[in-house]
Design a protein around this ligand. Structure first.
Ligand code: NAD
Length: 332
């Protein structure tokens, strides 16, 4: 049934049922690191909810999944409040929607679009805080405002410097991921041990980092790609491209597969290149991220309650090997 045909009461019923389903899926995904449906199923129902809420704005509530960063803080971990929230990201599924995003940016900034185009790494977001060059705190995104203290777990990851060469105060963010080979080996081992396997490298990374016994994290061979300097202005870093270069210089792992794009043909070429090459990469990706390159413009554009307005993720179509379970009919 098309949205235009929904009465207010029908929309309310449909919205309630979509929210209930999405919350159930999100609980399995974020709390247990064990999704019960494919991402594409989640994404489709999320989109249906967004479309209905757009058509019936009075039905939007603060507890809707569209208004909250999905995520969980496991009770056994110490909580860390993020000074600057760790947000989710708006996603799009077509080049037409990227064009619309670019138009919004050009209109708002009155500048031609200039983007850092990066791969969307299939892992979980982490934040690292350094005082006088020493790693003092590491956390997960959690619900965006409050994350889990996984400092000791993160210290087991070789890619994360525990001591920088300069005695600087710094907060950086990025993605913690499990390389594909480690993911395959881990699942083989778990199968042999009669343990449930992880659905994908992202859930495996999240399940491996959020362990009370850091020895388990240490065995899981996690890696990182950092992409954000939270206090970039302190270091005279004014663009996302310079942030990536500075992070590399400080000794963090950064993803080498990224470009600066000043036109959408370049963005499209990048998307097509990595969509076809994704199986050849040693880590999982599920799309491409466009970020307004100028950090001052990012500040001006700001955020919604859930996502930055200055970045967007283009999500790849689901891989053919995945079975998509369409368990909700678009009816009420
Ligand atoms: P998201 O993971 O789609 O996007 C935001 C995240 O992208 C950031 O937090 C960051 O960790 C990550 N990221 C990766 N590469 C990045 C880069 N280069 N620059 C910046 N950030 C980068 O958003 P989300 O809100 O965390 O989760 C929604 C996703 O989770 C959807 O894809 C959805 O399908 C999936 N999900 C699935 C289920 C399920 O049941 N299968 C349930 C809930 C959510």
């Amino acid at each position: 049934k098309a949205i235009a045909e929904f009465s207010h009461a029908e929309a309310a019923t449909k919205i309630a049922s979509l929210r209930a389903k999405l919350k159930e899926y999100a609980a399995a995904y974020y709390t247990a690191d064990a999704p019960v449906v494919e991402d594409a199923v989640y994404d489709e129902q999320y989109r249906d909810l967004e479309d209905l809420e757009r058509a019936f704005p009075d039905l939007v509530t603060v507890d809707s999944p569209t208004q909250n960063v999905g995520g969980a803080v496991l009770p056994e971990f110490t909580k860390i409040t993020h000074n600057i929230p760790m947000l989710s990201m708006g996603d799009v599924f077509s080049l037409e929607e990227i064009t619309q995003f670019n138009q919004r940016i050009v209109t708002a900034t009155k500048q031609p679009g200039e983007y850092s185009v990066e791969l969307k790494i299939d892992g979980l977001a982490i934040s690292l805080r350094y005082e006088k060059g020493r790693l003092v705190e590491g956390s997960t995104r959690g619900d965006g405002n409050v994350g889990e203290d996984v400092t000791e777990n993160l210290k087991t990851i070789k890619a994360i410097p525990q001591q920088l060469t300069e005695p600087i105060d710094l907060e950086v963010r990025g993605e913690c991921y499990m390389p594909k080979t480690s993911f395959v080996k881990l699942n083989e081992q778990r199968e042999r041990d009669g343990q449930p396997t992880f659905a994908n490298p992202r859930n495996a990374a999240a399940g491996s980092l959020r362990q009370l016994d850091v020895k388990i994290t240490a065995e899981r061979n996690l890696d990182t790609f950092m992409y954000t300097i939270v206090n970039a202005a302190d270091y005279d870093v004014h663009t996302q491209r310079d942030a990536l270069a500075q992070l590399t210089q400080w000794g963090f792992h950064t993803n080498p597969e990224s470009i600066l794009a000043t036109d959408l043909t370049t963005v499209q070429d990048f998307i097509e290149r990595y969509q076809s090459r994704r199986d050849d990469l040693p880590y999982g990706i599920d799309g491409v991220v466009l970020k307004v390159n100028d950090l001052a413009e990012q500040q001006v554009l700001g955020n919604t309650v859930k996502v930055p307005r200055w970045e967007i993720a283009y999500k790849f179509p689901p891989e053919e090997a995945e079975t998509i379970v369409h368990d909700i009919e678009w009816t009420i």
